[in-house]
Design a protein around this ligand. Structure first.
Ligand SMILES: [Zn+2]
Length: 233
C-alpha cells in the first residue's frame, strides 16, 4: 500500500508578467495542468510562492491553483510576505498533517530581510512536539531552505544557517525518513545518516540543472520507503 504527494516550489508569481526574465505564471499553469492529470493525496508548496509578496500576487496564485482539488499546504520563502501568505491561504506558517502512516511537518525557516534561513526555537519546538504528538510511523520534514551543500553553483551561504540544530532534533527520532526543500531552484537528492534529502526544482526557472520547469512527486510506502521522481516539462 502506498500514498503520494506532490511538491512544487519557487513559483515566484508577481504582479508583473515577467519575473527573472520568464513568465512565471504561465509556466506554473503548465505544471499544474500536468499535475491535475495525476493521482496524489496532497500538494505542498515549499516557499517563494510569490516574487514580491503582494496581496494581488497571492490572489493570482490562488486563481491558478483553483484547478487542484487536493489539500494544499503552503510554507513561506524569503520572497514571500508572511502576513499576506497566511491571509490568502488562511493558514499557519507551519503545519503538520498525516497521510496514512506518514506525518508531514512543514516549517517556517524565513528570517526578516534575509535571504538565508534560520530555524528559531519556536520552529524547532513545533517540530519536536509535532513528532511527539503524532502516532504516524514515519515523518517527513519540509522547509524552504537547503540544509546541506547543494554541490553546485548555488551559494550555500544563502541556505539554512543552523542545519545542525535541525539535525540534532531529527537524530533523536529514527522515524524521520526525509527532509525536503526548495530555494536553490535545483533538483537533487542526498542522503544524511539514513535520512533522504530532496531538493525540488522551481516551477519558474532553474539556477542549476536542466532548462525547463519541474516538480517532485513522492510515493510513500507502508514499509517506510520513500521514492521521489522529478517530473520535467
Ligand atoms: Zn526562489
Amino acid at each position: 500500500m502506498s500514498t503520494s504527494f506532490i511538491q512544487i516550489s519557487d513559483c515566484h508569481i508577481d504582479d508583473e508578467k515577467l519575473v527573472m526574465g520568464v513568465d512565471s505564471r504561465s509556466s506554473l499553469e503548465k505544471v499544474l495542468s500536468r499535475i491535475k492529470t495525476q493521482v496524489f493525496d496532497a500538494l505542498i508548496i515549499s516557499g517563494d510562492l510569490t516574487h514580491n509578496g503582494t496581496p494581488n500576487s497571492y490572489q493570482l496564485l490562488k486563481d491558478s491553483l483553483s484547478c487542484i482539488d487536493n489539500n494544499i499546504y503552503a510554507m513561506p520563502g524569503n520572497h514571500d510576505n508572511k502576513h499576506n501568505l497566511s491571509t490568502a491561504f488562511n493558514t499557519e506558517l507551519q503545519n503538520s498533517f498525516q497521510l496514512d502512516e506518514w506525518q508531514i511537518i512543514t516549517l517556517d525557516s524565513v528570517q526578516n530581510n534575509k535571504v538565508s534561513g534560520f530555524l528559531n526555537e519556536a520552529q524547532l519546538c513545533f517540530l519536536s512536539e509535532s513528532i511527539n504528538n503524532s502516532d504516524a510511523k514515519y515523518i517527513i520534514v519540509c522547509l524552504h531552505h537547503p540544509i546541506v551543500s547543494m554541490n553546485s553553483d548555488w551559494d550555500d551561504s544563502l541556505s539554512l544557517e543552523n542545519p545542525n540544530d535541525l539535525f540534532n532534533v531529527i537524530k533523536k527520532y529514527s522515524k524521520v525518513k526525509a527532509v525536503l526543500w526548495g530555494h536553490a531552484h535545483q533538483s537533487e537528492c542526498f542522503k544524511y545518516k539514513g535520512v533522504s534529502l530532496f531538493s525540488c526544482p522551481s516551477t519558474a526557472l532553474q539556477f542549476n540543472g536542466p532548462e525547463g520547469v519541474g516538480y517532485n512527486q513522492y510515493t510513500l510506502h507502508s514499509n517506510g520507503k520513500i521514492d521521489c521522481k522529478t517530473h520535467w516539462l
